[in-house]
Design a protein. Structure first.
Length: 150
């Protein structure tokens, strides 16, 4: 095989590999109605809680600027950031920037919000136990709080 053909084949294989690595693992899901958030958020329920597993697992995809309202989880929640850059903030504490690969522990009953930065979307897998109840929604996160520097 001549060198040019070999190089073309290797470049094609590399291109396929890169494309496969950029393909999302889970589908984008359904666009959530803007009831408890600002901006565009898509949700995919991977596994609802049931009689065997008392926690649900979902994927949330946020467009840049999208954010959830203040809320609590009676049983807590774990967020696994899988793409992009976002924010996580507990009431009375400093806003944190979160990135792909980080795991956030939302402690039971702690008021907090999370979402994307204004420039970058964010995606995470969320898992929450449901035996103590589901999310308790509070007020909107103000633009002042969302935009304040860390």
């Amino acid at each position: 095989m001549n060198k040019k053909l070999y190089v073309l084949i290797m470049l094609a294989i590399a291109g396929i590999t890169v494309k496969a690595q950029q393909t999302p693992i889970f589908p984008k899901g359904e666009k959530a109605p803007n009831v408890h958030h600002v901006g565009n958020v898509w949700l995919t329920e991977l596994q609802p809680a049931d009689s065997v597993f008392s926690y649900g697992t979902s994927v949330a995809i946020f467009d840049p600027g999208a954010r959830l309202d203040w809320h609590t989880h009676p049983g807590g929640q774990i967020l696994i950031i899988t793409e992009g850059v976002g924010y996580y903030m507990e009431r009375g504490k400093t806003k944190q920037t979160v990135r792909k690969g980080q795991v956030i522990r939302c402690m039971p009953g702690v008021e907090h919000w999370h979402g994307a930065t204004s420039e970058t979307g964010v995606t995470y897998i969320a898992t929450s136990p449901t035996e103590k109840g589901k999310t308790a929604w509070l007020e909107r996160v103000s633009d002042v709080v969302y935009k304040e520097k860390k």
